[in-house]
Design a binder for this molecule. Structure first.
Ligand code: PEP
Length: 252
């Protein structure tokens, strides 16, 4: 049986100054019990990536940027290059978050460029995908997810998939307090794993981690993590407090 190490990721979005972020990072580190079966990742805003990465040195917590550009340098105002992310002490980047898609108009094509640029720069990429409520109600969730996954991974070969983590985040569950039920989430995760098996090979499908995101809280993390195809979580709101994120990390 394939064992996939759980990834418990916190996305701080546009929250935290340097002092608050370093304090939260230290408090989260204090909650980590040094398990072998899970990894912890924090994604602070760009401005404090260095400080937080530095504060976490030697604590076994991965840091990630919340986006990454496909170019190495140049006239790309507002962007961050893969080398800048690494220079700030991070080894990963989130790409394709629904807020980037919905608020800032990032397309599947642009997200694919970010995925490939981040991979070329040696980063672990968390590729987020998810359907809107309208798409789910119109019975289009699986079509939309398939398109986002296929287009997001276009040109990424099976060998590169060890540096890719997929995050399924239904848009209707992000920041709304509405979580997908464990059955709804498991159904989508199983579908995505099957799709990875069709795009690549079974061993890629078996080893790729698929995270769930959307109002994950201490109260629902255990049942979500008990699902066979849920390999971790991407957490927004509940990652902003060390006690709630600590309870999520320490799921049973
Ligand atoms: C997210 O930002 O990826 C997210 C899932 O947010 P929340 O946990 O607040 O729904």
């Amino acid at each position: 049986m394939t064992t996939r190490k759980a990834l418990m990721a916190g996305n701080w979005k546009m929250h935290m100054n340097a002092v608050e972020g370093c304090r939260l990072a230290a408090d989260v580190a204090a909650q980590c019990r040094g398990y072998d079966d899970r990894e912890v990742l924090l994604a602070p805003p760009f401005t404090i990536l260095s400080e937080v990465s530095h504060a976490l040195e030697g604590k076994g917590i991965i840091t990630a940027s919340q986006n990454v550009c496909w170019e190495e340098k140049g006239a790309f105002t507002g962007e961050i290059a893969p080398n800048m992310v690494k220079d700030a002490g991070c080894s990963a980047a989130i790409v394709g978050h629904s807020e980037r898609r919905q608020i800032f108009g990032e397309s599947n094509g642009m997200i694919n460029k970010r995925v490939k640029g981040g991979l070329a720069g040696g980063l672990l990429i968390i590729l987020c995908i998810g359907e809107t409520l309208e798409e789910r109600e119109a019975d289009r969730a699986f079509t939309v997810l398939e398109e986002q996954l296929r287009k997001g991974l276009d040109g990424v070969d099976g060998g590169q998939m060890e540096k890719i983590v997929i995050a399924y985040e239904p848009v209707w569950a992000i920041g709304t307090g509405k979580t997908a039920s464990k059955e709804q989430a498991q159904e989508v995760h199983a579908f995505l794993r099957g799709l990875l098996g069709r795009i690549y090979e079974k061993d890629v499908a078996d080893t790729t981690r698929i995270l769930y995101g959307g109002s994950v809280k201490p109260a629902n993390v255990n049942e979500l993590m008990a699902q066979p195809d849920i390999d971790g979580v991407l957490v927004g709101g509940a990652a902003l407090k060390a006690d709630s994120f600590g309870s999520i990390i320490n799921f049973q």
